[in-house]
Every structure is written in C-alpha cells, then in structure tokens.
Design a protein around this ligand. Structure first.
Ligand SMILES: [Zn+2]
Length: 105
C-alpha cells in the first residue's frame, strides 16, 4: 500500500546510526568497547587477558607457512597437472574394480 511522504519520513526518523560508546584503554590509551578487552594490547581491567603480540606473531607465522606452501605447490601442479590427474583416474578405476571383485567373491 502506498504511504504518504509524512508516513515514510516518520518511519525513517528511527533509522539514524548511533555513535558507538567507546572507553579509553588504561594501558595503551586506545579506544575499545566498554566491558570488553582492548583489541590493541589485550588488557582488561588493568591486567593482560590475551597476549596480543604473541597472537600476531603466531598469525604471521601461519600465514607465511601457507604462502610458502602455495608457492611450493604451484610450479609442480602447473608442470605435471594433466598427467597426474590421468594417473589418479586410472588408479581410482582399478581400485573400484578390485573392490567389486572382492565383494563378489
Ligand atoms: Zn590497550
């Protein structure tokens, strides 16, 4: 049903976004959500809750390992991608036939 402009405007009067309330970290001075750990330093209520530096290091190490794995795999798959898949298909077919034979016996 079509609404008047006034009706639409009245409904949209509640659509404005509110600015989030933020507290200032007592350890590093960054803004964080109140009653939540500071995402910059991992402190809450004056003590370290999560070791954010160790987490960042672990994350970087994980990402690097992933990148290296991708770099290592790419040239191999590009060179011998087609013959490798053909071999796999043949092996799968052979295995399936063997399995069927065993069931029949
Ligand atoms: Zn902080």
């Amino acid at each position: 049903m079509r609404h008047t402009r006034a009706h639409t405007a009245n409904r949209r009067s509640h659509h404005a976004l509110k600015t989030p309330t933020l507290a200032i970290c007592s350890n590093c001075g960054a803004k964080h959500r109140p009653h939540h750990m500071c995402l910059e330093c991992g402190f809450y209520n004056g003590r370290m809750v999560v070791d954010m530096e160790a987490k960042k290091k672990a994350r970087e190490e994980r990402l690097q390992a992933k990148r290296e794995a991708i770099r290592g795999e790419e040239p191999e798959s590009a060179e011998s991608g087609e013959p490798a898949t053909a071999e796999v298909k043949e092996l799968k077919g052979g295995k399936k036939e063997e399995a069927r034979d065993e069931k029949k016996k």
